[in-house]
Design a protein around this ligand. Structure first.
Ligand code: PAF
Length: 284
């Protein structure tokens, strides 16, 4: 399997492949790969001639230095998992100084307000960091298609906005949330949960599913209060926020309008681990 550390080398290699008319699928990751990531990679392998996976714990998107330091790094295992899917996958494992030309800072973006909701409020600067790294990755890889999980639904909408605003000819492919057998959304952070917190974490999806049932007949406030009370009563979980928002604008919803699509977005602390999840509230 080919692993590139320096952007020029990867660019040159991909240029040659593009000259041969190959299509490129791209899966950006921060490593610590799990089945959720592998589902994205499998889709990329299926749809494209060449699949590129980046593994980079991007410092500019962490608002909390402790989270950056403790973010799991399992590069050798990641390579084995990818190799098992296909030895032809190209891995980009950037050197941070080379990637950022020695200046590890974020650009500031205007994503038409998408960046100001939910995660934008709770993690200042996060989406500037995500926008910066993804834009740079897209410029280097120049994929035909790029794959993003719906677990980070706000991020997905922001990436769609990024390619629209930057006029990048890249198709963004959303992939549904991949869950553990008990319903917990897969995340690299799950491996840092203690035994008690891991057992408690499955409650998050149970509550989300109940909120979807309630949403059909109850008011928005009733649904929100239900989630707040249910998580609030759990001894091992702490709710950071639960929001019901329009899927497109990500603006909080106060009244349901028939035909619009809504989602419930939740962030919960299980001990010191911040878990994020969401659920579609209207059948499409
Ligand atoms: O979702 C992630 O893992 C990251 O935010 C991404 C898109 C790889 C950018 O660093």
């Amino acid at each position: 399997m080919k692993v590139f550390r320096y952007k020029k080398e990867l660019e040159n290699h991909l240029k040659e492949l593009k000259k041969q008319g190959k299509t490129i699928g791209f899966v950006p990751t921060m490593g610590a790969l799990h089945q959720g990531h592998l589902a994205l990679v499998k889709n990329a392998l299926k749809d494209n001639d060449i699949t590129v996976v980046s593994i980079f714990v991007n410092p500019t998107q962490f608002d909390n230095p402790d989270d950056l330091e403790k973010y799991p790094r399992t590069f050798e295992t990641d390579l084995t998992l990818l190799e098992d899917l296909s030895p032809d996958i190209i891995v980009f494992y950037p050197d941070a100084q080379d990637f950022y030309d020695g200046n590890i800072v974020s650009q500031t973006f205007d994503f038409d307000g998408l960046e100001q909701e939910m995660e934008g409020k709770h993690r200042p600067g996060h989406f500037d960091g995500v926008g910066t790294v993804v834009k740079k990755l897209f410029e280097i890889v120049q994929p035909d298609k790029a794959y993003f999980g719906e677990k980070d639904f706000q991020q997905l909408q922001i990436i769609k906005k990024l390619v629209e605003k930057e006029q990048m000819p890249i198709e963004i492919i959303p992939i549904p949330i991949y869950r553990e057998e008990d319903g917990l959304a897969m995340s690299s952070r799950n491996r840092r949960l203690t035994k008690h917190h891991r057992a408690a974490a499955l409650f998050i999806y149970q509550v989300l599913k109940q909120s979807r049932v309630l949403f059909k007949k109850e008011s928005i406030d009733t649904v929100k209060n239900f989630v707040k009370d249910a998580i609030g009563a759990h001894p091992y979980l702490e709710l950071e926020y639960f929001e019901i928002a329009d899927e497109k604008t990500l603006k909080p919803v106060t009244q349901k309008i028939s035909g619009n699509k809504y989602r419930g977005f939740i962030v919960v602390y299980a001990g010191e681990i911040r878990l994020i999840d969401n659920i579609s509230l209207v059948e499409s």
